[in-house]
Ligand binder design. Structure first.
Ligand SMILES: Cc1ncc(COP(=O)(O)O)c(C=O)c1O
Length: 425
């Protein structure tokens, strides 16, 4: 009886987890607490503490330096006292709606030049749900192969056809729009094209201007995830659409509060009719608690700062230019960045990368993110730096000097030898 029972039982769900921790998790033993899940301590600024030592911090998306701005901190604190962190309770549709939510939405819509906006609890879930709500099974999605994970997950929910195009490649975009058009004619659906305003890893802007021009030849709606463009690009800081002069041609505009707004949450903006539809159909918002009032009040303050203090953005760009031009002068490969995101591509393997980044942190006191295969191709190391308004010229100069030293050691094989000695290889 018991043998029979055993043979018909399914294998343990957790078996696969015992065998593999996944493509990133497999590095946990050597990387956790240092390269991944590091603990940066102290107030959010250009210099923070890592393992007890002060480091120049280039890994925080606090573009405009608002996270620790005294006026912002004051409003955050006052809102905390006034509302606590629970209010309002419930989803927006049921019991979690307030005047302040409406006010923030109206101000955001006006700022990004759209008829209406709607708040999202987190950017990630918001994008997943908005894609899910916008398409039905007859529709076709066309999107960039380098899209952020939340776009990929949104597309995963789609029951109809989808096509990826080569990253920012116009020929491939057009070829896939042709394919999508054929497919949509058969299914009777429409087409949603999704791009990022700024691609967060490499810093290139999405080719919004050229994509929009294709609207003359193909019938599609454009969705732009402008997480890194909002607050940093454009004449007023309204993002990549404003920068490229095509904001009015973006049908659905998204930005998160987790970067230049130094908070949590996000918003989506579009024609009123589309927002009215989305607010009743984005499942992650309909069935989840409203954005807390403390955050809403704090984001209203941040938006006011964004609108009234252009000097925050000009200082950001002074720092971006100083860092990027300094690195370029030393012949570092920054790829094709057109934004504040500053990628530095180096040649080397993952073991050399570990040794190099350790030295960068412990000898030169520089903390930046490190990206390796499979996120970027094998044989490359990407050091990703995010300049902010809080940085200054000393931060830039110290970093330039350290980078030239680590590159020489990477090129002459020093890091490889150390990695071999440590039996990492
Ligand atoms: C391009 C892009 N889209 C969406 C998100 C998700 O935003 P959130 O952090 O608000 O969930 C991020 C955040 O990391 C992002 O970089």
């Amino acid at each position: 009886m018991s043998t029979l029972k055993l043979t018909i039982m399914a294998k343990d769900l957790f078996d696969k987890i015992h065998k593999s921790k996944g493509p990133l998790g497999k590095w946990a033993e050597v990387a956790e607490g240092y390269f991944v899940f590091p603990k940066l301590e102290g107030p959010i600024s250009n210099r923070m503490k890592f393992q007890g030592k002060e480091v120049i911090t280039w890994s925080i998306n606090d573009y405009l330096g608002l996270a620790n701005h005294p006026e912002v901190r004051k409003v955050d604190a006052e809102a905390g006292v006034k509302y606590g962190s629970a209010y309002p309770m419930g989803a927006r549709m049921m019991s979690g709606h307030t005047e302040l939510h409406d006010q923030l939405q109206d101000e955001l819509a006006e700022f990004v030049n759209k008829e209406a906006a709607y708040l999202l609890n987190f950017g990630y879930q918001g994008i997943v749900s908005s894609i899910d709500a916008l398409v039905s099974k007859d529709d076709v999605i066309v999107y960039d192969v380098d899209a952020h994970a939340c776009i990929i997950d949104g597309v995963r929910l789609h029951l109809g056809k989808r096509f990826t195009y080569k990253h920012n490649d116009l020929e491939s975009i057009e070829k896939n729009l042709q394919r999508a058009t054929k497919m949509a004619k058969v299914s009777g659906g429409g087409i949603l094209l999704i791009s990022e305003g700024v691609f967060g890893m490499r810093g290139e802007q999405g080719r919004l201007k050229e994509i929009v021009a294709l609207k003359k030849k193909y019938n599609f709606r454009l969705f732009v995830d402008d997480a890194h463009g909002f607050g940093t690009l454009g004449k007023t800081g309204a993002g990549a659409g404003e920068e490229q002069g095509v904001q009015d041609q973006i049908d659905v505009y998204f930005a998160t509060f987790a970067k230049s707004m130094a908070s949590t949450g996000a918003f989506i903006a579009a024609d009123k009719m589309i927002i009215d539809y989305l607010k009743y159909n984005m499942r992650s918002q309909v069935f989840a608690k409203s954005l807390q009032m403390q955050l809403v009040a704090g984001i209203l303050k941040r938006l006011e700062m964004l609108k009234t203090r252009p000097e925050l953005r000009s200082k950001l760009w002074d720092n971006v230019r100083a860092l990027q031009s300094g690195l370029k002068k030393q012949n570092f490969d920054l790829g094709k960045t057109q934004s504040c995101v500053t990628p530095v591509f180096l040649k080397g393997d993952i073991h050399e990368a570990f040794v190099m980044v350790k030295e960068l942190r412990e000898k030169y006191f520089i903390f930046c993110s490190i990206v390796v295969y499979p996120v970027i191709p094998k044989g490359f190391i990407l050091l990703r730096l995010i300049p902010t308004t809080s940085h200054n010229i000393d931060d830039v100069n110290e970093t330039l000097s350290a980078f030239s030293k680590i590159r020489s050691k990477l090129n002459d094989g020093t890091y490889k030898k150390i990695a071999e000695k440590l039996k990492m290889i």
